[in-house]
Ligand binder design. Structure first.
Ligand code: NDP
Length: 262
């Protein structure tokens, strides 16, 4: 039986085993999907081969290390510099990024030309590149400057919270920080965030499983909002198609995963 897994730290909370095992069972694909807590990014490829896996999802904080340890990287992951999916193909590790497309599928029908991403971590990278690839002018705002430098080198307009002039207007504002995940904090000081959101049409938070203060504020200001649950499902369904070399179709996987009602 083929074996799949998710690598991360922490990993106990991951919904990936639930999503993939339900899909495998429902579509009659002979495979099992587990989770593995990793402490060292240097152990990624070694662990992948030691566990005899056919494929793996990689989550926080190992997506950049997984990019570096891939034998080949395909698609938009080459630009992003981070991969969340590995597939074993003729004994070589092939890396993909399904977060980017998974996110974009959520907002595809939305009428937007400009985006502000709050946060500058791994997920912000995936979003910035896919938004730009789709013709959406994308700016980044982060509390500190360090991680913004790579975005600036890639041609994105970047601001630290201190530099940001909140008179800028954006169609969509996206929270990619963990602010609000395990507390009730906002990713940015409340008055300035209100100013930005009051000129926007859409608010998106990558966090799922709770209505964050960011999403609540956006909703109170009349914006159309979405949390990260559908993005999680979309990226998993895309990974499932890659894991099975197309034996599991994206639409069938999506149907199974959506039926779980996350
Ligand atoms: P990273 O750790 O790579 O980056 C986090 C970013 O958020 C950094 O820029 C950091 O700033 C900033 N930040 C951290 N804490 C705060 C805070 N309290 N206030 C303001 N800014 C803060 O994380 P990821 O990009 O990998 O993930 C971010 C979030 O997205 C997580 O909550 C994760 O669960 C979620 N996620 C959801 C997915 C989905 O499918 N729905 C997929 C991937 C991620 P600094 O640079 O100053 O440290």
């Amino acid at each position: 039986m083929q074996q799949f897994c998710v690598f991360g730290n922490p990993i106990a909370h991951s919904k990936s085993p639930l999503l993939h095992n339900a899909t495998f069972a429902s579509l009659g694909f002979e495979a099992r999907y587990g989770r593995h807590l990793l402490s060292e990014s240097s152990a990624l490829a070694h662990t992948f081969f030691a566990l005899k896996l056919q494929g793996v999802n990689i989550t926080v904080p190992f997506k950049e290390a997984a990019f570096a340890q891939s034998d080949e990287v395909r698609g938009i992951a080459k630009e992003i510099g981070a991969v969340n999916t590995w597939v074993l193909e003729r004994d070589r590790i092939i890396g993909y990024n399904t977060d980017a497309q998974g996110f974009f599928m959520c907002v595809q029908g939305w009428d937007m030309r400009t985006a502000l991403i709050i946060g500058a971590g791994g997920s912000a990278k995936a979003l910035a590149f896919i938004l730009r690839q789709n013709g959406i002018t994308t700016h980044l705002l982060n509390r500190s400057s360090g991680r913004l430098q790579e975005f600036a080198r890639n041609g994105f307009t970047c601001f630290t919270s201190d530099e940001f002039d909140s008179t800028h207007a954006y169609d969509i504002v996206i929270n990619t920080t963990p602010a609000g995940l395990s507390d009730e904090s906002l990713p940015l000081e409340s008055t300035r965030l209100c100013e930005i959101l009051s000129r926007a049409r859409y608010g998106f938070d990558l966090i799922y499983g709770k209505r964050t203060p960011f999403l609540q504020l956006a909703q109170n200001l009349g914006l159309q909002t979405s949390d990260g649950a559908q993005m999680l499902i979309n990226q998993a369904a895309l990974s499932s198609e890659l894991f099975s070399f197309g034996a599991i179709g994206f639409k069938d996987a999506l149907k199974c995963m959506n039926a779980l009602g996350l």
